[in-house]
Design a protein around this ligand. Sequence first.
Ligand code: SF4
Ligand code: SF4
Length: 409
Amino acid sequence: MAIAQEPPTTVPQAGNVAGVSQEEWATQFAAQSGPATRLGPFESVHVFWLAGMSCDGCSIAVVGATMPSVESLLTGSLPGVPIVFLHHTALQVEAGEAFMEPMRKAVRGELGAPYVVVYEGSIADETKAAALGGYWSAIGEEDNPEHPGEMRQVPSAVWMKRLAPGAAAVVAIGTCATWGGIPAAYGNPTAAMSVQDYLGRDYRSTLGVPVVNVPGCSPVGDNFTETVAAVLLFLQGIGPLPEFDDLGRPAWLFGETVHRNCTRAGYYEEGTFAEHYGDKECLVEIGCWGPVVNCNITSRGAINHIGGCMNVGGPCIGCTMPGFPDRFAPFYKAPPGTFVSGTASKLVGSFVRPLRRVTQRYANRETRWDTTGVVSSGWGAPKTPTFVDKLIHIAYDRMRHGGTTAKNF
Ligand code: SF4
Ligand code: SF4
C-alpha cells in the first residue's frame, strides 16, 4: 500500500528516552571493559532482527535468556565476544530514521563492522499482498519509484533479500522462521515459508554457512543466545565453527529427544501413565510426542533453567520439529505409536515395579532397626519386611557382594 508522507529526515536521531544512543553506550562499555576483553579483530558486530509473520514470542523468549543473557551480549561482557549492536523494532533505543540508517548502510556495504541477520516469523509471499495493494509485514519505508513523492513500506522479506548476501550469518529463530510454523500450516493462505525455503539451499553467508536454525514455539531463549555467542566467537577466530546437524540446528542443543531427559521418563519406563491433566505420571497417553521430538527444554528449562513443558504438566506437541503443527495434530491425543511402546512399558513395568518396591522397603530401613527391632521414627512405622522380602534380600545381598571381599551381612 503506498502512503503519501513526508520524506524521512537523513539526520540521525541522537539520544532517546534513555538519553543515550546505542552507539554511545556501546562506546562507554567498550572503554570500561578495555581491549583485553576483545580477543579477536572485531570490537562490535551488528545484529539486525527482522520480524515477519510472527507473534513476537521469540523476542520475549530471548530477552528472558540467562546463559548468556542479552544484556551480556549488549555490554560486551562475554570474553572474546564483540559488543552487539542490536537493531530490533521493540528493543532498540533509537527510532525513525536513526533506526533505519544502519540497515541501509549494511545494504550499501558501509556499516564498517560485520553483521548477523536474525529473522523471527515466517516469510509470506508479499506478491499476494502487493496484488491487493498491501503488505504482510514490513519494516520502515522508502521512496516509491512508481509514485514519485510517495513512500512505500518495505517488506521484511525484502530486507532479508537485501541483507542476506553480506551477512556473516543468517539465523532463523523460532519454528515459523525455521520451518514455516503455524502460518505455513495446511491451507497456508499467505504462502508462508521458512527462511531457508526463501533463501534457497544454495545460500551461504560471508562466513560460508547456510541458514542457522534455532527452532521452538517459542524457542528456549538460551538456545538462541548461546548459538549467537558461539557464532561470534567463530567470527572472532577464537572458537571453532559450532557443529550443526543436517537441518542447520545447533547439534549440541538438538541432538537428544525430549523423552531422554524428561523428568517423567521414569514413569514411562515403569509403565505408569497419566490419565488426566495434572497427574504426575508420563503424559504419553494424553498426547505427548516427546519420544520422537528433538528438543532440550527438559534439560535446559524454559527460563533460567526453570520450567519447560512436561515439568509444568504439558505434553510435548512437537513445536521444534519441521512437521509442526500438521504432523502432530490433533494435539492432546495419544500418538498412534504409543499403543506399541506404551503396552511394552506396561508389561515390563508390571514385573519391575513390585520388585523395586521390595528393594525400596529394604533400603528404607536402618540396619540398627532390624537388630534392635525398634524403629525410632516418631512419624510412623515403615512396613516390616515380610518373610518373602527377607528371603529375596538374602539372595539379593549375596549377588550384591558376589566377587568382592566385602562382608555379606
Ligand atoms: S511425558 Fe512425554 S517426554 Fe516425558 S516421559 Fe512421558 S512421553 Fe516421554
Ligand atoms: S517439549 Fe515439545 S512442545 Fe515443549 S518446547 Fe520442546 S518440542 Fe515444543
